[in-house]
Design a protein around this ligand. Structure first.
Ligand SMILES: [Zn+2]
Length: 78
């Protein structure tokens, strides 16, 4: 299973600890997306952090694009 999570709410929001979490299997392409709790102090390493904000938003709007992108990225580095 592969996973990706990111913070949805800005740092000054009361909901900052409510984050989006994805998990999927690259083989069967089954995925689940949930709101997850990540404590304020915990650091999330965002695999999309290096992208321009516009492209990042575009990927996050479509689960399949996001999963495709992250799968391709994973196979590039191995
Ligand atoms: Zn599978």
């Amino acid at each position: 299973m592969r996973g990706y999570r990111y913070r949805y709410y800005p740092v000054d929001s009361d909901l900052y600890e409510r984050c989006v979490g994805f998990a999927w299997c690259s083989g069967c392409r089954i995925y689940t997306g949930n709101m997850i709790h990540v404590p304020r102090g915990a650091v999330i390493v965002d695999e999309l952090a290096h992208l321009p904000a516009e492209q990042r938003d575009q990927l996050r709007r479509s689960e399949w694009k996001l999963i495709d992108y992250l799968d391709r990225r994973a196979s590039d580095t191995t």
